[in-house]
Design a protein. Structure first.
Length: 677
């Protein structure tokens, strides 16, 4: 049993003495009084799961003899974490009983078989930490885990009795990690990799724990407090150079509420407006407001409201200046003119491709749920006047795409025989001939549907339960060297991140960072050539953010929460540096620099909320981004508190789905600050 010296302080603990038996840590349980008391300060970091929601708790409190214990009752992975990234020296202890010797694979650890339950120390994120635990029925072991590299630092083999608890204790002092079982020191390991970090408990099988406690000596605690205040000062100093957020306008849209809101140029005004889309009984209503809130356009489209809601896009396909509605109605693909409201083109949907759906059927039931219709420019037209239709839902045996012209004439079909298609489609003009190439997955096609390449090694990608596809891709000039052609940064789900040569499909870099799902390329490091990519994880390792250079080399990694999969770049200062915008939780909400420091929160007086999702757009017109929030019948536009000097060069990137392509212009923006609401 651990004895604390008189000078030690308790940093955290889980005291189950007031818990009655029953399930606990169930996210959906409305009465959270017990959780808020007993687990105050602890994060249930793996509660998010597939299907974008909270998973069943898998935790319960049971009595083992007289003692209330926390039982994880199946083979899913779970952990509870607490503390701060700058915590340094401390002692973590718990009584642990591992009831089952085995576990099962998951997205985080696809080849896991042996059960492991114990204490995490110096926790960096969900895939980097030390763990001192019971492994199978074999041994007590201390691992250093870095993604898929599990390094045994020391172990103690004396058999494990599944019927009893072992008191595990890890004493961390600098590089020295001393581990105790039942009060006896079983080994000491020295490792310099992680010298600070949070703490936690983690298990991947049926196990029970109690007496979880974290203590530190008074000098160790004081050292942490001083590190933390130095860090806070450093972040405050780094923040000073950025303009502060202020509310520019609040535009009342309650008359149209509820409605969909976006910024765009629906009516061909030649500038961005607020475009509202409202479902009415008489049809789909489109209202365009200028940034003063004055109505510029108000039209109901009866024919557009009959198009399937999920399979409907707005795009000026016929090139007459006004955006059109293109969508699926029954077995037809239809275009409704935005100018007239009339159906101006239609065609029967194609029959199924060779892989998805039954032979000879309409493809309608097999269209991709997240986006079946993709306007693009794959012929040499002035405007983007092509349309791609796709089937598929990521997992399957193969997929097809169909290309249409601006009158909805079918030009060609292409099938994927070698590898899965991704969740979306990306376009970029790789060879510079004025026509975009098409990237629906690990293969690139030209505008006539010819296969240009399949990514090197794509045939070896494992489909672990629908996680072998491209989730997002940053497609364009990434490394800053136009001489070697554009590159593609792929968020490849379970296989991690790939950097690919867009001319050949050659694999340039591959990092197994976990289930990489979101990616966004922007100029996050103006001091480095080309763009950098922030990428975020999901499934069993939510919230891990990696910054990778345009050459594919890791730069920064941090975990702002255990929910996020990343966010868009923000051109806030206009000086060439973009910031990462995260809004997945109250904790994470903010703009981050390339060191992972939260330098700004885009919240200000006049907003009726402290954090929310907001879209990133230049509205004011000086090329710097605004954050546009839509909240209960009003649009709030948050901008900078300082004008950018007129006549100076200002950063003006062009955004193109997952990539922010660099650009500069001369600032002609008016001083907008007289203009506050
Ligand atoms: Ca049009
Ligand atoms: Ca091309
Ligand atoms: Ca390049
Ligand atoms: Ca850069």
């Amino acid at each position: 049993m651990a004895q604390d010296s008189k000078s030690s302080v308790v940093l955290a603990e889980i005291d189950l003495s007031e818990c009655s038996a029953g399930k606990i840590l169930d996210y959906h349980e409305p009465d959270k009084r017990v959780e808020e008391k007993v687990f105050k300060g602890w994060n249930n970091a793996l509660e998010w799961g597939p299907k974008q929601g909270k998973r069943p708790s898998s935790y319960r409190v049971v009595r083992d003899g007289e003692v209330p214990v926390l039982e994880h009752h199946n083979k899913t992975g779970r952990c509870l974490t607490t503390g701060e990234p700058l915590w340094g020296d401390y002692t973590v202890e718990a009584f642990v009983r591992q009831l089952n010797a085995f576990t099962q694979p998951n997205n985080d650890d696809p080849h896991a078989i042996v059960g492991l339950s114990g204490l995490m120390v110096r926790y960096q994120d969900l895939r980097r930490y030390y763990i001192f635990g019971i492994e199978g029925y074999e041994r007590f072991v201390l691992y250093r885990r870095e993604d898929e590299a599990w390094t045994v630092l020391a172990d103690y083999r004396n058999g494990v009795d599944r019927s009893r608890y072992y008191h595990l204790r890890a004493v961390c002092e600098g590089q020295r990690l001393a581990c105790y079982v039942d009060g006896k020191q079983v080994f000491v390991a020295y490792d310099e990799k992680f010298q600070m970090g949070k703490v936690g408990i983690r298990t991947n099988t049926r196990s029970r724990m109690y007496g979880v406690r974290v203590t530190a000596s008074e000098p160790a605690r004081a050292a942490y407090v001083s590190r933390q205040s130095a860090y806070d000062r450093e972040v405050a100093e780094a923040s000073e150079k950025y303009p502060k957020p202020v509310l520019w306008k609040r535009i009342d849209i309650s008359e149209y509420w509820p409605c969909e809101v976006r910024l765009g140029d629906f009516r061909g005004a030649g500038k961005k407006e607020i475009v509202l889309q409202q479902e009415m009984e008489s049809g789909l209503r489109v209202v365009c407001l200028d940034v003063e809130g004055e109505k510029q356009w108000d039209k109901v489209y009866a024919a557009a409201s009959r198009l399937h809601k999920k399979h409907r896009v707005v795009h000026d396909l016929d090139g007459d200046g006004v955006e059109d509605f293109i969508g699926i109605e029954g077995d037809l693909l239809r275009m409704v003119s935005g100018r007239t409201g009339e159906v101006t083109a239609e065609t029967e949907l194609p029959k199924t491709g060779p892989y998805l759906g039954f032979r000879g059927e309409s493809v309608r039931p097999y269209l991709h749920k997240l986006g079946a219709l993709w306007p693009c420019r794959i012929r040499k037209t002035e405007k983007a006047q092509d349309l791609i239709l796709r089937d598929g839902d990521a997992a399957g045996t193969g997929f097809s795409i169909w290309a249409y012209d601006e009158e909805l004439n079918l030009r060609w079909r292409q099938d994927a025989h070698e590898s899965w298609y991704g969740m979306y489609i990306w376009f970029y003009d790789v060879d510079g001939d004025g026509r975009d190439e098409i990237l629906p997955g690990y293969q690139l096609y030209d505008g006539d549907g010819n296969l240009l390449w399949l990514m090197e090694g794509a045939e070896y990608i494992e489909d672990s339960g629908g996680a072998g596809h491209v989730d997002h891709a940053a497609f364009g000039e990434l490394d800053g060297d136009e001489g070697n052609g554009p590159e593609i940064g792929i968020a490849g789900s379970d296989p991690g991140f790939f950097l690919v040569d867009a001319r050949t499909g050659a694999l340039l870099r591959h990092h197994r960072f976990g289930h990489v799902q979101g990616i966004y390329a922007g100029n996050f490091r103006p001091d480095l050539p080309g763009l950098e990519m922030w990428m975020g994880n999901r499934w069993e390792n939510y919230g891990i953010m990696n910054l990778v250079s345009g050459q594919g080399d890791p730069l920064t990694r941090f975990e702002p929460d255990t929910i996020s999969q990343g966010g868009p770049p923000v051109n806030w200062a206009g000086d060439g540096e973009e910031l990462l915008f995260l809004y997945s939780s109250r904790d994470a909400f903010g703009f981050y620099d390339a060191k992972g420091r939260k330098v700004l929160r885009p919240a200000c007086e006049g907003l009726p909320f402290e954090w929310a999702y907001g879209f990133v757009e230049d509205v004011v017109g000086d090329a710097r981004d605004e954050i546009v929030y839509v909240h209960e019948g009003a649009v709030y536009i948050v901008t900078q508190d300082r004008s950018y000097p007129p006549g100076e060069r200002i950063y003006a990137p062009v955004r193109k789905f997952d990539i922010s392509l660099p650009g500069w212009k001369l600032n002609e923006g008016e001083d907008h600050l007289d203009d506050f609401c």
